[in-house]
Design a protein around this ligand. Structure first.
Ligand SMILES: *Cc1c(COP(=O)(O)O)cnc(C)c1O
Length: 428
């Protein structure tokens, strides 16, 4: 496949946009080469600027769970746009999507809409701090909650110590309030709680991690966290920006039968438009302005186009729960096919999967946290990424990303993907 026009467009973009991209995950820094520029997409396929057709496993990093340019969503956007695109005044569609989400998601009474997952997580943490009147938070290494200062933290010198900034521009003052635990390691959480008695406002977690590959909670981890939070007056915040409406109508709360205190959404909830949201029971949500003292606002929050797109998407999922079974079956089929081929070629690998999320790690041992994810063979991944791209299969350009299946994918697409993998490794 040729990528001449993509390369030319990238050169132009680099002159006026840092790194040529508006979000670093789109760059090819981890795999080498230049990013593919998309012209359009429909269903499971991307069509790039060089007229290549690619089978898409990113789904815009999650939102396009029903495939690209899904007709009901596109129509909803067009119809709304004709009536005006933003008012800065309340609209009925905001209440409709709020009612629908509250119906679909367990354990929430009220929801506030924002414009991105970052905003949702940032606001959820502020709310947790305001509500508990405590300042520190615990997050897990490898979990991503957007690019707000409090989350750009890496492990400090000792396990039970404060975090340190992992980006210039994040102050030490902010970093000291974020404590870092290990995913799937309850002892690491207990140690932080004991060392910071009565100072921790919340634990924020991707209840199924999707930003270090796909990593499942092991051995009742989430329920153990719930118990710890209850015993220590700490709020449990589920960042379901990735998993919400993707793994089940009610997300991980439904799937694992567990209650979080605050839940964050993004991605699917906006149907491909920029939307985030956070939700909780009345007692907590009533702490938000204008009812309560915790300030949070947004000029374009609840934007009518975004709400119409999200409402159309969620309505489809709500009315057709079999979508989740179909997606799971497709993902299982892909998992089995890829495993078979990788075993045939004796490629060391671990595949993690749940619902429509799957990740292939070129590592021998189980991948259960950031450290085990980081053990994967990066060179094998780079070669694999380019080998698949050459055959028209688009996976995320990083070994630390999950694949997101969309329900427009056919079994023929999955077979093509499995054969592409077979072909790639038979050349070795
Ligand atoms: C994508 C993501 C975010 C950030 O959402 P943006 O819309 O990119 O700001 C936060 N948390 C999780 C789990 C995500 O996957």
């Amino acid at each position: 496949m040729l990528y001449q026009r993509s390369s030319a467009l990238f050169k132009e973009a680099e002159k006026v946009i840092p790194g040529g991209v508006n979000s670093p995950v789109r760059a090819f820094n981890a795999v080498g080469g230049t990013p593919v520029f998309v012209k359009e997409a429909k269903g499971a396929y991307l069509f790039d600027e060089d007229q290549n057709k690619l089978i898409d496993y990113i789904a815009s990093w999650g939102p396009m769970i029903l495939g690209h340019a899904f007709d009901p969503v596109v129509e909803a956007i067009i119809n709304k746009a004709k009536q005006g695109t933003s008012f800065g005044m309340p609209t009925e569609i905001e209440t409709k999507i709020a009612e629908l989400t509250i119906k679909m998601v367990p354990n929430i009474d009220k929801i506030r809409f924002v414009n991105s997952g970052t905003e949702a997580c940032m606001s959820a943490v502020r709310l947790a701090r305001g509500y508990t009147k405590k300042e520190k938070i615990i997050k897990f290494a490898g979990c991503y909650h957007g690019h707000s200062d409090s989350f750009l933290i890496q492990a400090g010198s000792g396990a039970v110590t404060f975090g340190t900034p992992n980006s210039p521009g994040v102050t030490q003052g902010t970093a000291k309030d974020t404590l870092l635990a290990k995913f799937n390691d309850l002892e690491s959480v207990k140690a932080l709680i004991n060392a910071n008695k009565d100072e921790i406002a919340c634990i924020i977690i991707e209840p199924v991690a999707g930003n270090m590959g796909c990593i499942l909670p092991q051995n009742n981890f989430l329920h153990e966290l719930r118990t710890l939070c209850d015993a220590n007056n700490i709020l449990l915040v589920f960042d379901e920006v990735m998993t919400g409406f993707r793994l089940a109508k009610g997300g991980v709360q439904e799937l694992y039968n567990i209650k979080a205190d605050i839940v964050c959404f993004g991605k699917v909830i906006g149907g491909g438009l920029p939307v985030g949201a956070f939700a909780a029971k009345n007692e907590i949500m009533n702490y938000l302005a204008p009812n309560g003292p915790v300030y949070q606002a947004g000029t374009l929050s609840g934007n009518p186009l975004a709400m119409a797109a999200g409402y159309a998407m969620l309505s489809e999922l709500d009315a057709n729960p079999e979508i989740y079974t179909e997606l799971e079956q497709k993902t299982e089929y892909l998992h089995k096919g890829l495993s078979k081929v990788l075993n045939k070629h004796n490629v060391e690998h671990t595949i993690n999967r749940i619902g429509s999320m799957i990740s292939v790690h070129f590592a021998k041992d189980s991948v259960i946290d950031f450290d085990t994810a980081a053990k994967g063979n990066n060179q094998t991944f780079k070669d694999f990424f380019h080998g698949m791209l050459d055959q028209g299969i688009y996976i995320a350009p990083s070994a630390f990303e999950s694949w997101f299946l969309n329900n427009a994918l056919s079994y023929k697409d999955l077979d093509e993907t499995i054969s592409a993998c077979d072909h790639h490794f038979s050349k070795k």
